[in-house]
Every structure is written in structure tokens, then in C-alpha cells.
Ligand binder design. Structure first.
Ligand code: GUN
Length: 292
């Protein structure tokens, strides 16, 4: 069994980007810019956005964190997004989800210019991905593909089974891995909570992607011997022995499943760090394609 080291790969990617940015700077060009908008005080979101801002600074991006009280109106938030759509110093706009109940998430996502949609959540990006146009891919599933590629794990003709159908992970993962391209071209099955017997699907997987947000749901008897298991789950579960009062766990019961796998991602340190690395890649892509 080979442990897929997402932390190491993400660091490599950040180093690659950092080198490119120092070349741009040496040529007197501006840095790529990312604004991260956080509404409210969800503790997990606070950690995510802090890490995003830190990663931006480390590679030499311009990074701004717009932190707003949960009472901000939808209109004000839409105006803020519009101001960054027009701001030529910023190539990417990310609104951290989830948003407070009084704000319509779809309206907010659709307010972001598709040219700055570094999360890949805009319907234009999602549609382009579906029909095979180059576009911004959702960062987490793109990170999954990048891990498979950097470990040279063949996907062509392989049966990829994805558990979970979210717009952020499950559905874009299916679309990315379906593409007729290298490190894609897979046979993809998406299964979800309506499956009567989910094991029927998961045991067929050459590559199993667990992305349903259910702690340690995937047990050893649900996985084929020799499968590649990619765990996208990052669940906080109560843990009185941990000083934080919780621990992070994936959607896979790691200790039981790992011995059966050819490759597996740990949690933490697997897919998680890749999300930010791919966000940086999308921001750099936007800068190169549309920045001036
Ligand atoms: N919330 C959880 N994951 C993400 C993400 O990748 N992007 C945004 N904007 N919000 C999230």
C-alpha cells in the first residue's frame, strides 16, 4: 500500500508557482491577486480562509481577506463582488461557503465574473467543464486528478466510483475524470444516499472517491482488493482526548481500509492541501489568460 502524500505534492505545486511569480516580478509585472470573502464566523471557514490567504502570500500573490459580519445584506455582498469584478488588480474572487441563510448562494456565485471564477462554481465554468472546454475546474476534484497524475496512477478505462454528488466535489469529479484526456478517460459511476446497497457500487471501483461527508462511512468490506482510495472527507468529530475537543477524520475508515488498497490518501494530509494548491493554479491561470 502506498500512501498518497498530498501535503508533499501541494508543496511542490506551490514551489512551482512561487518560481513563476518571481520570474514575473523580475520582469516588472504585477502579481496575481486573489480576494477571499468570508461572511460570518463559521470556525471551519475561518481556518480555511486563513490558510488560503497564507498560501497566497507565500507564493507572492496579492491577497486580500474581506471579512464581513453575518448581518451583511445580500445586496451589499453583491455590490462588493461587483467592485472586485472591475478591479484589475484581482484575478480571482472566492466567496467562502456556506453563507448565512438570508443570502442566496446561487445569486452570489453567479455574481462572480466567470473570468475570475477561480472556485469553478459559476454555471458557466460548470457548463464548460461538462462539454469539455478548458475552464476553471472546481479545486478539490481537480486536486484529486492532480494527485492521480503525479503518482502516475492510470485512469484510462478504469472504473472510478464516486460516492457523493455535490456541486463542489462529486459532480465535477465525474466530469473531470470522464474527459477524453490523459489522467481521465475513465468509466465513471456516481452513487449517493439513494443507493439501496452502496457496497454493490463501491466494491466495483478500481478507483474509489469518497466525497459524501460522512465520517468513516467506507469500511473494508466496501472496497475491492488493490483499489485506489481517495478520501475527500474532512469531518470534525468530537474527541475529548484531543486538546481542540475534536479530531479530523475522512469518509473512509482508514485503518481498516488501507491494508486492502494499492494507494490511499490519508486525512489530514491527502486531498485537503491540494484544494488550496489548485486554487493558486486557477488564480495564476486567470492572471495569464485575462490579466493585463
Ligand atoms: N467551502 C468548502 N469548500 C469550499 C471551497 O472550495 N470554496 C469555497 N468558496 N467555499 C468552500
Amino acid at each position: 500500500m502506498i500512501l498518497i502524500d498530498g501535503k508533499k505534492i501541494a508543496k511542490e505545486i506551490r514551489e512551482e508557482i512561487k518560481n513563476e511569480i518571481s520570474n514575473f516580478k523580475a520582469e516588472g509585472k504585477r502579481s496575481p491577486g486573489l480576494v477571499v470573502i468570508l461572511v460570518g464566523d463559521n470556525p471551519a471557514s475561518e481556518v480555511y480562509v486563513r490558510n488560503k490567504a497564507k498560501a497566497c502570500e507565500e507564493v507572492g500573490f496579492l491577497s486580500v481577506l474581506e471579512k464581513h459580519d453575518s448581518s451583511i445584506s445580500e445586496v451589499k455582498l453583491l455590490e462588493l463582488i461587483e467592485s472586485y469584478n472591475k478591479n484589475k488588480n484581482f484575478d480571482g474572487i472566492l466567496v467562502q461557503l456556506p453563507l448565512p441563510k438570508h443570502i442566496d448562494e446561487r445569486k452570489v456565485i453567479e455574481a462572480i465574473s466567470p473570468l475570475k471564477d477561480v472556485d469553478g462554481f459559476h454555471p458557466v465554468s460548470a457548463g464548460n467543464l461538462m462539454i469539455g472546454n478548458d475552464t476553471f475546474f472546481s479545486c478539490t476534484p481537480w486536486g484529486v486528478q492532480e494527485l492521480l497524475a503525479r503518482y502516475n496512477i492510470e485512469t484510462e478505462g478504469k472504473h472510478v466510483v464516486i460516492v457523493g454528488r455535490s456541486n463542489i466535489v462529486g459532480k465535477p469529479a465525474a466530469m473531470i475524470l470522464l474527459q477524453k484526456k490523459k489522467f481521465a478517460n475513465a468509466i465513471v459511476t456516481v452513487c449517493h444516499s439513494a443507493a439501496k446497497n452502496i457496497s454493490e457500487y463501491t466494491t466495483q471501483a478500481d478507483i474509489l472517491i469518497a466525497a459524501m461527508g460522512s465520517p468513516e462511512f467506507i469500511k473494508a468490506d466496501m472496497v475491492k482488493e488493490g483499489a485506489v482510495v481517495i478520501d475527500v472527507g474532512t469531518n470534525r468529530v468530537e474527541d475529548a482526548e484531543n486538546p481542540k475537543g475534536y479530531r479530523l477524520t475522512g469518509d473512509v475508515l482508514f485503518n481498516e481500509v488501507a491494508p486492502k488498497c494499492s494507494y490511499i490518501t490519508p486525512v489530514p494530509g491527502g486531498v485537503g492541501p491540494m484544494t488550496i494548491a489548485m486554487l493558486l493554479k486557477n488564480t495564476l491561470k486567470s492572471y495569464k489568460l485575462y490579466g493585463n
